[in-house]
Design a protein around this ligand. Structure first.
Ligand code: SAM
Length: 266
């Protein structure tokens, strides 16, 4: 897989993460769904991986690449890791820092991109990069940087969106474009930037990361019920908070849309 062309990269709205104020932790906001609807699945996957590897996070160093407002970073810190988050969006870093302070969590947040991580080789025991790889222009560089900053034997945990016909219909048309159901702003995601499991696997192997497994995701409710929820939100009968209280992701074998995985640095 190669760097995304400037023409395609121009379509994604990564400026959103620099909007003024707290766009992450208020319950009635789109990005708070990362906490209510995505965290149960991805934090569950991460904990299962850590358990399977029989690693005690206490005292281990972890970096989250693309930490945004800290919705996943705080869960990483709560597991016991000495935690750092890095993100290019100044406003998100301010929100994440304020929230960690108010929650009594000791997390170091810094500004930077996955393509140029400001850390020495072999700095971290774990790197997390969740819901970010489909937002970057130079994926090969990000993966090579993640590998570089991991210690030998270190663990890379990620999740991202697959580039399938189903993800085009669901994640682009239903979530963003078709007004009947859409709950995300246009261009939050760009389908051409989605990543097939085989593509990430190949990039990991090329960069000295031994790929181990992928896990899929599904909604906790049936598809017709899910569409009913989205319709209520689109009509204004439900808030994002209502959506988050009724819908979340669960582990499944379905890799068509959002999938998680991990690899070990050789
Ligand atoms: C959907 S948010 C995910 C935030 C966080 N990982 C979470 O899941 O709660 C995508 C994040 O990727 C960040 N991002 C965009 N381009 C990036 C890059 N080149 N390197 C690192 N982060 C990037 C954005 O600023 C934003 O905070």
């Amino acid at each position: 897989m190669e760097k995304i062309s400037t023409e395609v990269y121009k379509k994604i709205d990564n400026d959103l993460y620099n909007a003024d104020g707290d766009i992450w932790w208020k319950p009635d906001t789109i990005l708070h769904l990362l906490k209510t609807s995505v965290n149960p699945w991805r934090v569950g996957c991460a904990k299962d991986i850590i358990k399977k590897l029989a690693i005690d996070p206490k005292g281990k160093t972890a970096l989250e690449v693309g930490s945004g407002g800290g919705i996943l970073t705080e869960e990483i810190a709560k597991m016991g890791f000495i935690t750092t988050g890095i993100d290019p969006a100044d406003q998100s870093i301010i929100t994440a820092s304020n929230h960690a302070r108010a929650s009594g969590l000791n997390i170091k947040y810094e500004k930077g991109t996955g393509e140029n991580l400001p850390y020495a080789n072999g700095s971290f025991d774990f790197v997390f990069c969740c819901d970010v790889l489909e937002h970057v222009q130079d994926l090969p560089k990000v993966i090579s940087e993640i590998s570089r900053v991991l210690k030998p034997g270190g663990v890379f945990i990620y999740d991202t969106l697959n580039r399938t016909f189903i993800s085009k219909v669901v994640a682009i048309k239903i979530w963003q474009e078709w007004k009947r159901w859409a709950f995300m702003p246009p261009n939050l995601h760009v389908w051409e930037m989605f990543i097939k499991p085989g593509e990430i696997k190949e990039l990991l192997q090329k960069n000295g990361l031994d790929w181990k497994e992928h896990t899929g995701s599904s909604p906790n409710v049936s598809i017709p019920k899910m569409l009913g929820f989205l319709r209520k939100r689109a009509k204004g009968e439900w808030t994002y908070a209502d959506l988050g209280q009724n819908f979340w992701l669960v582990k499944s074998n379905d890799m068509n849309i959002l999938y998680a995985g991990f690899a070990i640095k050789k």
